[in-house]
Ligand binder design. Structure first.
Ligand code: PLP
Length: 393
């Protein structure tokens, strides 16, 4: 059975060109880039090239790129850097729909004496900009708002928010882990202070990330140790993965320029319209317009997301549900709850996320398998029998 992988917001296939580029740096050129000898120098040159490629993808200067171990480390570094650089300020602004990399960190900081404002979103996942504007104070150390949401794909107006923050002299960080490689990201245009990205979301390996820090932004390292990354992140570089993320950045930049994401968008749109047309009592989660081109989050009333996932899995289709399995109960995710997805639908939420490797045939297969699958599950559901005639509010 062939796998149809539609879970690319969870992680992506490493591009063959990336694997090929990385291979020599495991067993042939295994020098430490900090070493003075020629062997280390070969590696150092490759890291420089990777830094230039990542910088080009987001229109940064290479000196503004810090390699880290993942998106989570980049996010933590950004928040702690701002808090340490502004020790008297005790207020953080973020949103109700952040990834746990920011959400759980801010909840932790709230327990240690920081005040956190959580900006709400509307039914389409759009930010309440008035709420945000009214929460900015002299005490605000940092605003951290994601560029695009990992569950719904909804894109936030980060360029506008960066400008609002700059006017008030507040540091602005964005978690762009889901945005980079899928939509154009230009840090020069936006005036963002810090930005996190992660290699495994755009066809580089897991375990490598980047923190962009705008020149002139107050900064303090999170990992204190050696002089690597100009003293901004201690630890011997993950050489092969850094070379890999550099190659992936080069490929992503070319794909964006060639309109590859428009092709992905049209596949996503085809899947979306087939689902909404053929499966009654189905809701689209998040704004149709302001959305990543690869992401589709839908809620099927009166079915469990986990049952759908299991049945899709039997057909070789990989997707994600919108529930978090905590303490034995399948609660809808904090993102779907923040959007106010009705209870009858939130439990049946599925995220399909496509990539440059997704084919039209794969989309056709999923579009034709899904309606009978949902029908079958609904026929087994006592809630469907009772509620089938109700319309969705
Ligand atoms: N931020 C967002 C929006 C994500 O989607 C993810 C991963 O799913 C992360 C942060 C964490 O990235 P990493 O897995 O590289 O730590």
């Amino acid at each position: 059975m062939k796998t149809i992988y539609l879970d690319n917001n969870a992680t992506t296939r490493v591009a063959p060109e990336v694997v090929e580029k990385m291979m020599p740096y495991f067993s042939e050129y295994y020098g430490n880039p900090s070493s003075m000898h020629m062997f280390g120098g070969v590696v150092g040159k490759q890291i420089t090239e990777a830094r230039e490629n990542v910088a080009a993808l987001i229109n940064a200067d290479p000196g503004e790129i810090i390699f880290t171990s993942c998106g989570t480390e980049s996010d933590s570094t950004a928040i702690y850097a701002a808090l340490q650089s502004n020790p008297k300020k005790r207020h953080i602004i973020t949103t109700r729909v952040e990834h746990p990399a920011i959400k759980n960190l801010c909840e932790h900081l709230a327990k240690t004496g920081y005040r956190v404002s959580w900006v709400p979103v509307d039914r389409e996942g759009r930010l309440d900009m008035d709420y945000l504007a009214h929460r900015m104070t002299e005490d605000t150390a940092i605003i951290s708002i994601m560029w695009a949401n990992n569950e719904t794909g909804v894109i936030f107006p980060v360029e506008k928010i960066a400008q609002m923050a700059a006017e008030k002299g507040i540091a602005f960080h964005t978690d762009a882990v889901q945005a980079v490689g899928k939509i154009p990201v230009d840090v020069k245009k936006s005036g963002i202070n810090m930005l996190a990205l992660s290699g495994h979301k755009f066809h580089a390996p897991k375990g490598v990330g980047v923190l962009y820090v705008k020149k002139g932004t107050k900064f303090a390292p999170f990992l204190i140790g050696g002089h690597q990354e100009k003293g901004r992140r201690g630890g011997t570089e993950n050489v092969a993965s850094i070379i890999g993320i550099g190659k992936a950045a080069e490929l992503a930049r070319k794909d964006l320029a060639d309109g590859e994401m428009d092709r992905v968008r049209s596949l996503r749109d085809r899947l979306e319209s087939e689902i909404l047309e053929k499966i009654p009592n189905t809701l689209l989660n998040g704004s149709r317009e302001d959305r990543l081109p690869n992401t589709l989050s839908v809620s099927f009333e009166y079915v469990e997301g986990e049952s759908i996932l299991l049945m899709l899995d039997q057909l070789g289709v990989c997707a994600s549900s919108g529930s978090a399995c905590t303490s034995g109960t399948l609660e809808p995710s904090h993102v779907l709850r923040a959007l106010g997805v009705p209870f009858t639908a939130a439990h049946g939420s599925i995220r399909f996320s496509l990539s440059t490797y997704t084919t039209p045939e794969e989309i056709e297969t999923v579009a034709s398998e899904l309606p009978p699958l949902i029908r079958k599950l609904r026929e087994m559901s006592p809630f469907w029998k009772k509620g089938a005639s109700c319309s969705i509010q």
